[in-house]
Design a protein around this ligand. Structure first.
Ligand code: NAD
Length: 329
């Protein structure tokens, strides 16, 4: 649903986003837009990402149009590595929403919290549609900022009773342990091999540039959501895993260029035709998991339409709840 109003521009702060939008809202918005992308009702425009030559910053735009949801907009922002020292998060972004009928700016929405929420919703959608129904053990690879959002969203998709976790920097694991405890889940820090042996569902959410998880550590029937690789050169898993798994992606074009699939594609292990858009499963045009032993892999690279979808929901909820007042532009 568009954040369209007839009477001005909504400014939706980070704090209001945190207050109004819940994980199920983000899940529904992301699931719907993935479905719309697979039907050809929504498309992402080419991404712009540039080193600006100042403050070591990477700055860019992710934009798109969802004709089904009537959401048009752009997420602008990027990465400022020196921000932490200034008490700010290094990733900074803002979503601008426009009225698709007139081009008028309808909302400015803080994008930092929403980025974590929509990324967690993406892997959660993949778990909901692809993981075995009887999955009990959730494996977490990564323990940074995104990881707790990922854990919370994943935990809502299956009746998990345990979290096993591994991180290249073990000192970061207590933050995941605390969330697992809060969710009433047992928690065990393990080796990556042990994680593969135990987990029914795995999420990888690191900024690694080399494989952390090898194909022969993964047991039959596992669903793995690779969420950390969103740039050329990044890599979290053994490319052979993409050969042995059935591979799904948020957007195939992005997955094969900047996602986890870039490496298996480059080495000729798989071809573009081996990937299926997750939206096909959502829309029922692909059956998804076909057996209890099948390994399914979701390559979640992060598309602009996810940002626009959740920003649109946040703007609508903020307005409905009287938390924002339209201003004239
Ligand atoms: P963070 O900086 O808070 O945490 C980084 C994580 O990666 C930690 O687990 C850390 O131990 C690990 N790590 C750091 N350097 C590493 C290295 N050289 N090798 C292996 N592991 C390393 O980052 P975050 O905000 O949690 O983001 C994690 C990743 O997710 C990043 O790569 C980020 O770009 C990506 N991301 C993807 C999406 C998406 O839509 N797919 C969205 C947001 C972030």
């Amino acid at each position: 649903m568009s954040a369209n109003t007839d009477d001005g521009l909504l400014i939706v702060s980070e704090e209001i986003c945190e207050q109004v939008i819940r994980r199920p809202d983000a899940f529904s918005a992301v699931e719907a837009v993935f479905g719309a992308m697979a039907r050809g009702d929504a498309y992402n425009f080419p991404v712009v990402r540039e080193a600006i030559g100042h403050a070591d910053a990477l700055y860019g735009f992710k934009s798109g149009f969802d004709r089904a949801g009537m959401v048009l907009g752009v997420k602008a922002g990027g990465y400022w590595p020196g921000n932490m020292a200034k008490g700010l998060t290094n990733h900074q972004s803002t979503v601008c929403l426009f009225d698709p009928d007139t081009g008028r700016l309808t909302a400015l929405v803080g994008g930092n919290y929403l980025t974590a929420l929509r990324t967690a919703a993406s892997s959660a959608v993949s778990i909901a549609h692809l993981a075995r129904k009887d999955a009990k053990v959730l494996g977490m690879v990564g323990a940074g900022h995104q990881s707790t959002f990922q854990l919370r969203a994943a935990a809502e998709q299956r009746d998990f009773d345990k979290v096993v976790a591994w991180n290249p920097h073990p000192d970061m694991l207590p933050r995941l342990a605390a969330v697992a405890e809060e969710l009433g889940l047992a928690f065990e820090a393990v080796t990556p091999e042990e994680l593969g042996a135990q987990a029914d569902v795995i999420i990888t959410i690191t900024s690694a540039f080399e494989p952390l998880i090898m194909a022969d550590w993964i047991k039959p029937g596992t669903h793995i959501a690779c969420m950390g690789t969103d740039t050329k050169g990044k890599q979290e898993v053994d490319p052979a895993l993409l050969k042995s798994a059935t591979v799904f992606a948020d957007e195939i074009a992005q997955s094969i260029t900047i996602g986890e699939a870039q490496h298996a594609i480059a080495s000729g292990l798989i071809g573009e035709g081996d990937l299926t858009a997750i939206g096909e499963v959502i829309n029922g045009t692909h059956p998804g998991r076909s057996s209890a032993d099948e390994i399914t892999l979701f390559d979640g690279t992060g598309v602009g339409l996810q940002d626009l979808a959740v920003a649109s929901v946040a703007a609508r909820l903020a307005r409905e709840q009287g938390l924002v007042t339209p201003v004239a532009l």
